[in-house]
Design a protein around this ligand. Structure first.
Ligand SMILES: [Zn+2]
Length: 238
């Protein structure tokens, strides 16, 4: 085959690859876990079996209304990509790029809604390695020594002290907490079965009237335990 024909063939192939939708383009932050909708369905089934369902928190961001405006434009409201298992919470259509030290970036970090009183980015330790960050392990909202990162949206960017690795935690409402005999901010152990069975310790109990029982793990813990989201566990009081 003449060289110019080969070049044209390769160029055409490259072009068609670029134009094809990327694998998992609709869920860049979920694979290899269940999609948000599938996980919520699996959690409902698990809860029906009187076990605490697991929600896997892939990297995500929470934003204030003010920061949402800076990133997406004045008056912007979050759109719903998928409803989460927790009542009223949703994965938004909006994603941001997060830039860390040394100009390393992770793209397509999904915003979880609704907007909050603080802006926070939750990463796994593996994400921190990618970005060159040393984010502290903290409970949601405890941002005093969070790492500074830059969030980039289509309208603008913000630099904010917002990056944490979330503490392992289990959400319970007051009735569920009294059923299990635990209190807000108490630490419990959770045994996960299966091929990569392990026991997770220092799982922080968080009691709030507007939640239903669910344990939240980041993707590092989920991977260590071989989880896909929606599996069931029981808690053990330490
Ligand atoms: Zn949570």
């Amino acid at each position: 085959m003449p060289d110019n024909e080969l070049t044209q063939l390769i160029a055409a192939r490259v072009l068609s690859e670029l134009q094809a939708p990327a694998v998992n383009a609709s869920e860049p932050d979920r694979s290899p876990y269940r999609s948000y909708a599938e996980e919520a369905r699996a959690c409902r089934t698990t809860a029906g079996m009187r076990l605490i369902p697991i929600g896997i928190s892939a990297r995500h961001a929470h934003v204030t209304q003010e920061h949402l405006a800076a990133l997406f434009g004045t008056g912007h409201h979050l759109g719903v990509h998928a409803h989460l298992y927790q009542p009223g919470e949703f994965a938004a259509r909006e994603t941001v790029a997060v830039v860390g030290p040394r100009m390393r970036a992770i793209e397509s970090v999904r915003i979880l809604g609704p907007v909050r009183p603080y802006t926070q980015v939750e990463f796994s330790r593996t994400d921190c390695v990618t970005l060159g960050l040393d984010a502290p392990i903290r409970t949601s909202g405890d941002l005093d020594d969070a790492e500074a990162v830059t969030l980039v949206g289509p309208h603008g960017s913000i630099r904010v002290r917002a990056a944490i690795c979330p503490t392992r935690h289990v959400h319970l409402n007051p009735a569920e907490a009294s059923y299990y005999g635990v209190e807000d901010r108490q630490d419990v152990s959770v045994h996960v079965g299966g091929d990569r069975a392990l026991t997770l310790e220092l799982v922080r109990v968080r009691v709030h009237p507007k939640v239903v029982a669910q344990m939240h793990l980041d993707t590092d813990d989920a991977n260590a335990a071989g989880l896909r989201g929606g599996e069931g566990v029981e808690i053990t009081v330490c």
